[in-house]
Ligand binder design. Sequence first.
Ligand SMILES: [Fe+2]
Length: 429
Amino acid sequence: MVSSDSRTIEALPHWESTPDDIPSAIRQIKAAIRESIESSGRSVAEVADVIEARLAEKVAKIESVKQTGESAWPEIRYQDISDGVVSAEQVSLVKERGCLIVRGHFERDQALEWDKQIVDYVEGNSFFENYRGSGDDFFGSVGSRPEIYPIYWSHSQMQARQSDRMATVQSFMNHLWTSSSMEVEWFDPNRDSLYPDRIRRRPEGADSAGLGTHIDTGTLDLWMTKAYQRAFRHVYDGSIEEYDPWDATFRTEGPQYPGTTMCSAFRTFQGWTALSDMDHDQGVLHSIPIPETMAYLLLRPLLDDVADDEMCGVMVSSVFPVNEKWHELPMQALSGIPSVRAGDSVWWHCDLVHGVAPVLDQKGWGNVMYIPSSPWCPRNRDYAPIAFEAFATGSSPSDFPAEHYERDWNNRFTVEELNERGRRGFGLE
Ligand SMILES: [Fe+2]
C-alpha cells in the first residue's frame, strides 16, 4: 500500500483567494501536483489508470443494472430509516452509488399542501408581476415565468427544514461519512445548519433545455486552496488507493472561490424534497452514481493531452463542467432517478456529477424544495449568522443573487416560529 506523504501536500503552492493571474497559477499548480505524485514513484498516468480501472468496473455494473430496466439509484423507505432497520446491504449500496431516494420521507398530503402554500405565498405577494428575470446565468429560465423561484423563507420551506423527519434523514445521511479523525470532529452528524436554498416549480407543458452535467463542490479552488489540497491529499500525492469519498478530513474548513452559484456551506449531500409526482422521463435529475469520479475529475487535467494552462474547461465564477470531451468513461454511467411521488426526497453526495435532462411538453408538474444535509462544522458555523441575517430580514442569502423579493412580504416565516432545532441550525443556541 502506498501511503500518503503529507510533506509533498504541504509544499504545494496555494491561493486562498482567486489568483490574479489564473493561467500562471494553473501552470504552477499542475507542475507542482505532477511533481508531488511522481515523488510516490508513479506517474500521473499510472495513478489515473488506477482510478480509471475502478470506474470502468463500476460503469459496467451500472450499465448492466440499467439494461434490466432498474434504476441505478438506491431506494430506502423513510419508515425503515426512522425505525433504524436499514440493512447493511442497503447502506453499502448507498455508499457505492453515492445517492439515494427516500420513499415517503413526508406524507404525500403534507408535501402537496406545502406546494399549495408556496403558490399562495408567491401569488399573494405578486411575485410574478414583480419578477425581474433570472438573477444568475446558471438556472436561466425559459419565458417570463421562472422555473427556479428565488424564494427562501416560506412556511413550507422552513417547516420542512426544521422538522423531525428532515433531521432523521439528514442524520442517517451524515453517518455514512467518517466525521471524526486525527482527534478532530470535522462535523457534528446530528446537528444541521439549515442551509437556505430555493424552490423549483416547473409547470405542465413546459419545454426545458435541462441543465448540463456538473459538480457543485468547487472550481479551481479544488486544486488551489490549502484545505482542498489536504482534503484530496490522496489524489495529489499518488496514494490514490487510500482516497475515500466518505472521509470528511479537512473538508469542512477553508474558503471557496466566490461565484454566483457557489455554496459556502459544507454539504454531505445535496438534496430536494418532491412537492409533486414526477415521472422518470419528464426532464428529471441524472447523476453519475460513482462517488470516486471526483478523483478522476481532479486528475484529468494533469494528463498530457490537456494544455498547461487549461483545466478541462474549469474556470472560476462558472460551474465545473463534466462532459464527453474530457470525461468519456464516467459519462457512460449517467443515470436518471426513478419516478418519484410528492413527499419522496432525493439525495446525492456533494461530489457527485449531476445534471437535469431536457424535456418537451412536460407531463405533470415538476416541483421541488432544495434542502441539503449541511451538518454543523466550521464552514457552516461561519455561514450560520449570514443565513440568519438573511432570514430575519427576508433577504436572499449571500450565496445567491441579491434579488431580495421577500423583504416586504409580511407572511414569511418568522424568528418566533423557529423551534429548538431551527434556532440551533442558525447558531442561536
Ligand atoms: Fe448542481
